[in-house]
Design a protein around this ligand. Structure first.
Ligand SMILES: [Zn+2]
Length: 294
């Protein structure tokens, strides 16, 4: 595995500490946000030169404003969903998570790692770093849970994993948990299949201003979906219609992890011009206790 420079993470375990930081004079947002605006071009699609932490080389990355919002009259891309490396094709958040797992958390090459994805470019590259990885998809083609379909894709439901207890050294779930109606069960299952001292690496869109998560939709007693808020759909490699987002997470997500038994859950923030991690992004890190309670 090539060695790459760490990113330098800033971690917060609760809203109050984060809020104090972002309003302080040495807040990372004070220099990163103006720098993002300097790098931003007016074209809907432009190129920047960065070092890819997955390909481990200097390369060109494409910034696309397909997902964007307006601020001060300028069209700002959703940085987390773009800055695609032209070699590995992974975007900002995908490159950063693999980079972080390798260079910051230093997950050993021989680890058993479970990824809640398999048909993606991210998984294709992850297997090069951690050859013992297992990936799966929530298939809707009739394949039984724990079985593999004709294309070699394993079917798993995060709320009913087919794996034995303590099967993995790390569990990685990227932008999946917000689509799981019973996300608490999904997190409990993640805890169950991790070994003592096992690492959880999770990404999901958060609203950093929210102390409590918002339920956007839920299944009612008739098995139908009740929309509590305007339905929000995210891209899905298996479904062109996209996937419904059930929850917008707030900082109470970290307390939920503590209640399940995870230790030191935090939101870890990163930004790097060199690596093409613009827009200050974050992911959730937590561990299972080193000594199993049972
Ligand atoms: Zn790359």
């Amino acid at each position: 595995m090539p060695s790459i420079q760490p990113i330098g993470l800033l971690s917060f375990s609760d809203f109050a500490t984060f809020d104090a930081h972002r309003h302080s004079s040495d807040s990372i947002f004070r220099y990163t946000m103006p720098r993002d605006m300097e790098i931003l071009k007016d074209e809907d699609k432009f190129e920047i030169k960065c070092y890819c932490g997955v390909c481990c080389k200097n390369t060109a990355m494409t910034v696309n404003k397909y997902f964007s919002f307006l601020e001060g009259g300028r069209k700002i891309p959703l940085w987390r969903e773009t800055i695609d490396c032209q070699d590995c094709r992974l975007n900002n958040r995908m490159r950063a998570l693999l980079h972080m797992m390798s260079a910051e958390i230093k997950i050993p090459v021989k680890s058993d790692v479970y990824f809640t994805e398999q048909v993606t470019d991210t998984y294709k590259h992850a297997v090069k770093y951690w050859p013992k990885s297992i990936g799966s998809e929530f298939l809707r083609d009739g394949t039984e849970l724990g079985a593999v379909n004709q294309s070699g894709i394993r079917c798993e439901d995060l709320t009913k994993l087919s794996f034995l207890d303590e099967s993995f050294d790390a569990l990685v779930t990227m932008d999946v948990i917000e689509h799981v109606p019973d996300y608490l069960k999904g997190l409990q299952e993640s805890f169950r299949v991790l070994r003592p001292d096992g690492q959880l690496v999770l990404s999901a869109p958060f609203n950093l201003d929210l102390e409590s998560s918002l339920v956007r939709a839920r299944f009612n007693s008739n098995g139908k979906i009740d929309h509590i808020m305007e339905p929000e759909y995210h891209g899905d490699p298996l479904d062109p219609n996209g996937l419904l987002c059930f929850t917008t997470f707030g900082w109470d997500f970290l307390q939920t992890l503590r209640d399940i038994g995870f230790v030191n859950p935090c939101l870890s923030f990163y930004w790097s011009e060199r690596f093409g991690y613009l827009g200050v992004q974050y992911c959730v890190l937590a561990r299972k206790p080193a000594q199993s309670a049972s």
